[in-house]
Design a protein around this ligand. Structure first.
Ligand code: NAD
Ligand code: UGA
Length: 466
């Protein structure tokens, strides 16, 4: 079976870039990305796309209006498609059974029901969202219950492994594409049809085919293992600070072992992003449900260590600033959860700033890509600092690092944007503008600390004493 028309439900960080790249690489396939959110669709159809990703604009502009379309007409998108990606959000549940742990599958179910309701021909339905293991079973039950004689639905799992900030690069040249299917003749036929879509640009040996449940679990497993590496190096960073070992040197020495590899061993102020914590908690919940409490406790520790790392960093800042930051000006450089993205979901900066405000500090924030209003929204979310007035009184959002540093007692690097490196920012001018002693805390290990100490800064770096 050859796919001629694809619909993607969900025009978010995954659906948008993923399907834009499919359109870019497969001119013979019509790709329609649908979403209920009118503002988001309008932005995809405008000159200012709703998300920032290096290279995304070029890809979208090259194919939009040719074989790539963005619309809120969900039903028409579904009806016209041979294959439908379900790429809706699967956040952690906020209330009810499994609150704070389990994935909220309401959006998956709503999209699946819509497919069942409006389809007039057979479809391959692909789970693109990250979901708990065996979610495809529930989707199947809903779709089967609505099947008519001449319509059949085949379900595939095709989790996405892109990282934000490098999404286009990751999609153009993926380490692997994973496609899970029921191991029936029909399931394998559907699996092959999706392999042929990717095969327009991904070599066949990078397309891994597995059963449905392995594919679903592999996505949670990959994120859990990646996050585990960060928590491991962050745990070691605490030992480094107490002993004089240098976490960069430890990471390098360990990473040179080819069995360990060098990637994902950068100590930091803590991992953020919409998925690591959510997916680990999802795995913890799944393990608990399966009556595997030891397994649940094992993975939960990865999240606990991440929380500890953020707290530890805040404590180090406060104790260095003579145990009080009341009324002091703290300049926070970076609000996004990592560089090269405007995404702030679960960013470590949010936790840090919340703690600073609760200590009655004045906080000046600068991020090159995050909008002013987004920062206010994140800081006034329920559970963060729900009092907007308090936030407005304590927070100044700045247009440059220099403005944030003006009159500051401490400068905190929260996101590793290249423009914050000492080779790109004029730290001698920053030093002139700051209160003395001028404290500098590098939560991302991007600065040449000895050089900055030479300028007069009192520098503290995660995982280092000197
Ligand atoms: P997102 O919130 O950016 O986008 C989801 C979109 O789905 C929203 O625009 C929402 O309006 C839309 N939507 C929800 N229900 C809908 C419905 N019934 N019909 C039409 N549209 C609907 O989320 P995201 O970051 O793109 O993540 C999507 C999934 O991909 C999640 O499961 C996530 O875990 C997974 N994932 C995310 C990343 C990432 O880097 N963000 C990477 C890999 C996997
Ligand atoms: C992560 C995974 O890398 C993707 O493979 C996956 O598809 C995605 O989650 C997802 O499922 O959403 P992402 O969260 O976009 O991608 O970005 P990462 O590069 O993984 O960074 C996550 C967080 O870890 C960031 O806050 C980053 O700064 C931090 N990090 C990363 C470190 O602190 N140290 C490192 O060595 C690497």
């Amino acid at each position: 079976m050859s796919i001629k028309s694809i619909c993607c439900i969900g025009a978010g960080y995954v659906g948008g870039p993923t399907c834009a790249v499919i359109a870019y690489k497969c001119h013979d396939i019509k790709v329609t990305i649908v979403d209920l959110n009118q503002a988001r669709i309008d932005a995809w159809n405008s000159d200012k796309l709703p998300i920032y990703e290096p290279g995304l604009e070029e890809v979208v502009m090259a194919r939009r209006g040719k074989n790539l379309f963005f619309t809120t007409d969900v039903d028409k998108g579904i009806q016209e498609a041979d294959l439908i990606f379900v790429s809706v959000n699967t956040p952690t549940k906020k209330s009810g059974l499994g609150a704070g742990m389990a994935a909220d599958l309401a959006y998956i179910e709503a999209a699946t029901r819509r497919i069942a309701q409006v389809s007039k021909s057979s479809k391959i339905v692909v789970e693109k969202s990250t979901v708990p293991c065996r979610t495809a079973q529930s989707m199947r039950t809903i779709l089967d219950a609505n099947c008519t004689e001449n319509i059949r639905f085949d379900i595939l799992s095709n989790p996405e492994f892109l990282a934000e900030g490098t999404a286009i690069k990751d999609l153009m040249n993926p380490d692997r594409v994973l496609i899970g299917a029921l191991q029936t003749p029909e399931g394998i036929k559907a699996q092959n049809a999706l392999v042929s879509v990717y095969n327009h640009w991904v070599p066949i040996d990078r397309c891994i085919t597995t059963n449905l449940w392995s594919s679903e679990l592999s996505k949670l497993a990959a994120n859990a293992m990646l996050a585990q590496r960060i928590s491991s190096i962050n745990a070691l960073s605490a030992i480094c600070e107490a002993t004089g070992a240098d976490v960069d040197e430890v990471a390098y020495a360990c990473g040179r072992d080819s069995r360990l590899g060098s990637k994902f061993l950068k100590a930091s102020v803590g991992f953020g992003g919409s998925c690591f914590q959510k997916d680990i908690l999802n795995l913890v919940y799944l393990s608990t449900q399966l009556n595997l409490p030891e397994v649940a406790a094992y993975w939960k520790q990865v999240v606990d260590m991440n929380e500890y790392q953020k707290k530890r960093f805040v404590q180090r800042i406060i104790s260095t600033l003579f145990n009080t930051i009341t009324n002091k000006k703290i300049a926070v450089l970076g609000f996004a959860f990592k560089k090269d993205t405007g995404d702030t979901r679960e960013s470590a900066a949010i936790t840090l700033i919340k703690d600073f405000i609760q200590e009655h500090a004045r906080v000046a924030i600068y991020d090159p890509k995050v909008e002013h209003e987004q920062i206010m929204m994140d800081l006034t979310e329920p559970g963060v600092l729900d009092n907007r007035k308090q936030v407005e009184q304590h927070v100044q959002i700045c247009g440059s690092a220099m403005e944030a540093a003006d009159g500051a007692d401490a400068l905190i690097i929260c996101t590793e944007w290249d423009e914050f490196k000492d080779t790109n920012l004029d730290y001698s001018q920053i030093y002139e503008k700051m209160h003395k002693p001028a404290f500098l805390f590098d939560g991302r290990l991007i600065l040449d600390a000895p050089k900055l100490r030479g300028m007069g800064f009192k520098v503290q770096v995660i995982g280092k004493t000197e």
